[in-house]
Design a protein around this ligand. Structure first.
Ligand SMILES: [Fe+2]
Length: 232
C-alpha cells in the first residue's frame, strides 16, 4: 500500500516542507498552515474530565473552562534543547523541524517554541519546582529547531473519574512569533496505539525512525511548523 496520499504524507514528515529556489530555501507551494489540535471553533479546549463514556465521539466530550494551552501547561519553562533529565526512563527521542511563514513561504527565525509532555508514569512535572519534560527554545536563522527528550506515552488525564479515556501520545507545542498568529497544537505519532483518541490528527503525526549513534539507540521525528500572519 503506497498511494499518493501516503506518499505525500511521508514526504512532508520525513524530509520537511522545503524546496530549493534560486534564492535559497522556499516553502513548498503545497504546504498548508500547521493545524491546531486543542481548540474547537469557540476557541475552547475539548477534554473529557467527567465519567467514562461508552464511546469517545467528539460530540460527547464536555467543554470545560477555556484553557488555550491545556490544563498541564506551565509558563516559564527553561530555555534549553534537552527537555528530560539525564538518565530519565523512557526512549530517547530527538524531535526536529523547521518553522515556516505561510505568507512569505520562507523560514521563520526567532520563533519561541514551548514544549511539554508526560513522563513514563503518565505524569506532567509540576512546572514550578520541577520542569522535567518541559522547555523552550528559539528557532535558528534558518527556522530550524531540535530538542532531545524521551518519547511521550499515551496517558489518562482523569484515571479515577474516566479510567477508560486515553489521550494519544503527544508533545504539546506552543509557537509564538511577533506578527504571526500564536499556534498551540500537539505533535502526534504515526500508528499510535491510541489513535482512536478524537483529538488525534493524522496531519500532525510524525513518522518515527530509529537510529544508532555511538552505540546508543534512539528515535527521531521531524515536525515542520507553518505560521500564519496575524490579522491587522
Ligand atoms: Fe497532554
Amino acid at each position: 500500500m503506497f498511494d499518493s496520499t501516503r506518499r505525500s504524507f511521508l514526504q512532508q514528515t520525513a524530509i520537511g516542507l522545503a524546496t530549493f529556489g534560486a534564492s535559497g530555501l522556499v516553502l513548498s507551494c503545497e504546504a498548508q498552515p500547521t493545524q491546531e489540535v486543542n481548540r474547537d471553533p469557540s476557541n475552547q479546549i475539548l477534554i473529557q474530565m467527567g465519567a467514562a463514556q461508552q464511546t469517545t465521539a467528539k460530540s460527547e466530550l464536555r467543554k470545560i473552562t477555556p484553557q488555550p494551552y491545556g490544563p498541564f501547561y506551565r509558563a516559564g519553562a527553561p530555555f534549553r534543547g534537552k527537555l528530560s533529565l539525564p538518565g530519565e526512563p523512557g526512549t530517547t527521542f530527538v524531535l526536529s523541524g523547521r518553522v515556516w511563514a505561510y505568507d512569505t513561504k520562507r523560514p521563520l527565525p526567532g520563533v519561541v517554541l514551548d514544549f511539554w509532555h508526560v513522563d513514563m508514569n503518565e505524569k506532567y512535572s509540576n512546572g514550578v519546582s520541577d520542569f522535567r519534560n518541559r522547555g523552550r527554545l528559539v528557532s535558528s536563522e534558518t527556522g530550524q529547531y531540535e530538542v532531545e527528550s524521551i518519547r511521550p506515552i499515551p496517558y489518562r488525564p482523569n484515571p479515577t473519574g474516566a479510567p477508560d479515556f486515553w489521550r494519544c501520545a503527544h508533545f504539546h507545542l506552543a509557537a509564538i512569533c511577533p506578527g504571526y498568529q500564536p499556534l498551540v497544537t500537539e505533535i502526534h505519532f504515526h500508528g499510535d496505539a491510541r489513535k482512536n483518541d478524537p483529538m488525534y490528527r493524522a496531519e500532525n503525526a510524525i513518522v518515527v525512525e530509529e537510529r544508532t549513534v555511538n552505540g546508543k539507540v534512539f528515535q527521531t521525528g521531524v515536525f515542520d511548523i507553518v505560521l500564519e500572519r496575524a490579522a491587522k
